[in-house]
Write a protein that binds this ligand. Structure first.
Ligand SMILES: Cc1cc2nc3c(=O)[nH]c(=O)nc-3n(C[C@H](O)[C@H](O)[C@H](O)COP(=O)(O)OP(=O)(O)OC[C@H]3O[C@@H](n4cnc5c(N)ncnc54)[C@H](O)[C@@H]3O)c2cc1C
Length: 558
């Protein structure tokens, strides 16, 4: 039973997982419970026993037979805050049961509890062997994580100004890694001052991340947060993986799902957070099977869970900085000095955003200049005017999305219009919206402000006329350049730096359209020369490349 949604309003909200108790905290039938019991061992607890504790890794799965297991985190005073009690035929766990991350909550028994303990390896076997139970468990785990995020349970507190680039960076990192957190915006939140006094913090030390054990991380790097919170999965540096996938955008995640599900030992190394460029999209409407659209974040979260369900390991916040391609197995060099060895490699590092060639870009990056338009950024421009730069689909989506929040959206394009670069459905929505104005032949020529962006000037390239408006948020959707610096010297690239595949240096066709000039190294998605830069094509390439990897590994072993 879910005992504590934080307020009556959210408890009644049908989108709140805690209001969907039968799915979030399901009770198995006696027959299903008997099948689960076959994978574990029965254990009895005399009194209130701590079964697992926040911060542990690799905990087991428990199905309650009698009594109960209370799930709790600690409140601001360090006291247990029980938010659900699993009773007879209900089970423990959430998404971290599919990976090796540190768990978010603790569990303790009520007196006289009996349960079935299913060890991790057996849990995986059970989910595969009993698909009806696997489906109930998977749905419950996803909903539980959504509930934790929604209610800020089992998470950390981020304290800082929402207008500061470092606060936005940390919030984005926690959000995109699906880590529950509560933001105390020092510009707005009445509780913020009390927090600063209590932790003896001064404004120049912000932003800070306050851990559940009250440790304070002062303006930490993303990698430091990932390490402290156990977001990165550990891996054995001595292990040689069948496959290392570099980049967890749609293409890399698809490769991981197919490779892991087909029995290859697979590790994914991601510099930031799963999802890649797609993870920054507020709504993807042209991906097959989602007629009402899906946010890039939700798509990435599901794909990550799917890959981990099949046993892929995910090391996030680890940048690959080099590739040793002279030795076999190949070795990837990480920014923390570590190495990952693999027989085959999939390069899926996509592309990074282009920047404005205007003075002030560096100063206002994250302080008014954004590369994504998600719910997070939309909070910053409520009832204000904003600018979207670019004429592609990502710019169109951003403009349509932001028009729902901002007072007015100005789209700036250098060209004649949108017809040659944007999908027709977006063009129609833009022209139908009284809140969006298209400025053709225009580009930004000045950015002004103090600590944050306050004023933007754009100029009509044909007439030379300029317009300056009080605008604090500009969304840059002007394309991207490939992330291939780390493969330098190992793989052949085209003149723009994208990885060439499918043909050897002398023009001979290679066995796979995704194989690079090095046997066993493949490239998929946006990073590949000539690829179609879309989610579906990246997913397609990531999925089918696995067949070529099998063929390569079989040949290498023969
Ligand atoms: C705002 C926006 C909206 C979009 N909307 C749509 C849409 O509606 N429909 C559609 O089909 N397409 C859309 N696209 C395009 C689509 O998102 C991309 O084509 C797709 O994400 C490409 O996938 P990918 O996996 O090849 O690369 P990416 O998504 O770029 O992912 C690459 C990943 O590799 C990681 N990485 C890079 N270098 C390293 C390194 N050295 N070490 C470790 N990790 C590294 C990055 O952090 C990133 O996570 C949109 C793009 C944007 C920016």
């Amino acid at each position: 039973m879910a005992t504590q949604p934080t307020d009556a309003e959210t408890a009644l909200d049908p989108t709140d997982p805690y209001a969907r108790e039968a799915q979030t905290f399901p009770r198995l039938t006696p027959e299903q419970a008997r099948r689960v019991a076959a994978f574990g061992e029965e254990v009895g607890f005399d009194g209130a026993t701590l079964v697992f504790e926040r911060g542990q890794r690799s905990v087991d799965f428990y199905l309650v037979l009698e009594g109960g297991i209370e799930i709790f985190d600690l409140d601001d005073h360090g006291d247990p805050n029980v938010f659900t009690v699993h009773g007879e035929r209900q089970f423990t766990g959430e998404l971290d049961l599919f990976n090796d991350r540190q768990i978010l909550v603790s569990g303790r028994t009520t007196p006289g509890t009996r349960a079935v303990r299913v060890r991790r390896a057996d849990f995986r076997r059970m989910v595969t062997a009993e698909p009806d139970i696997g489906e109930i468990v998977m749905r419950a785990f996803i909903l539980r994580r959504v509930g934790l995020i929604r209610h800020g349970q089992g998470g950390v507190v981020l304290v800082g100004s929402l207008h500061a680039a470092a606060t936005l960076r940390l919030q984005r990192f926690l959000t995109r890694n699906g880590y529950p957190h509560r933001l105390l915006d020092t510009d707005q939140d009445p509780d913020a001052e009390g927090f600063l006094t209590c932790f003896e913090l001064t404004p120049d030390q912000l932003p800070v991340v306050i851990m559940p054990d009250e440790r304070v991380l002062r303006n930490p790097t993303n990698a430091a947060v990932a390490d402290e919170l156990g977001i990165t999965e550990r891996f054995d540096p001595a292990q040689v993986h069948d496959l290392a996938v570099v980049g967890a955008g749609p293409a890399g995640l698809a490769a991981a799902v197919y490779a892991a599900s087909e029995g290859l030992t697979t590790i994914v190394i991601e510099g930031e957070a799963p999802g890649g460029q797609a993870g920054t999209s507020s709504k993807i409407e042209n991906y097959l099977g989602f007629p009402t659209g899906i946010s890039g974040q939700a798509l990435a979260g599901r794909a990550q869970t799917q890959a981990q369900k099949f046993g892929a390991r995910l090391a996030v916040s680890r940048h690959v900085v080099g590739l040793d391609c002279d030795r076999r197995p190949y070795r990837l060099v990480l920014d923390d000095g570590g190495e990952v060895a693999a027989r085959a490699i999939v390069v899926a590092t996509g592309a990074r955003y282009r920047r404005l060639d205007v003075e002030g870009h560096d100063r206002f990056e994250g302080q008014g200049l954004h590369y994504a338009a998600t719910a997070m950024e939309s909070q910053l421009c409520r009832d204000e005017e904003v600018v979207v730069v670019g004429g592609g689909n990502s710019a169109g989506q951003a403009a349509v999305f932001l028009a729902g929040h901002a007072r007015h959206v100005h789209i700036l394009v250098r060209g004649e219009g949108l017809a040659a670069t944007m999908s027709d459905y977006l063009i129609q929505r833009i022209s139908a919206s009284p809140k969006i104005t298209l400025h053709a032949h225009s580009e930004i020529t000045a950015l002004r402000g103090d600590a944050i962006l306050r004023e933007v000037t754009w100029t009509d390239r044909r007439t030379g006329e300029s317009e300056t408006r009080p605008i604090g948020n500009v969304f840059l959707m002007i394309g991207a350049a490939p992330n291939t610096g780390w493969v330098d010297g190992c793989l052949e690239l085209d003149d723009k730096g994208f990885v060439l595949t499918g043909r050897a240096g002398d023009g001979t066709p290679l066995p796979s359209p995704y194989m690079t000039s090095r046997p066993g190294i493949f490239a998929v998605g946006d990073v590949r020369s000539g690829s179609v830069k879309r989610v579906a094509s990246g997913v397609g390439e990531g999925s089918v490349v696995v067949q070529a990897i099998h063929a390569y590994l079989a040949g290498a072993e023969a």
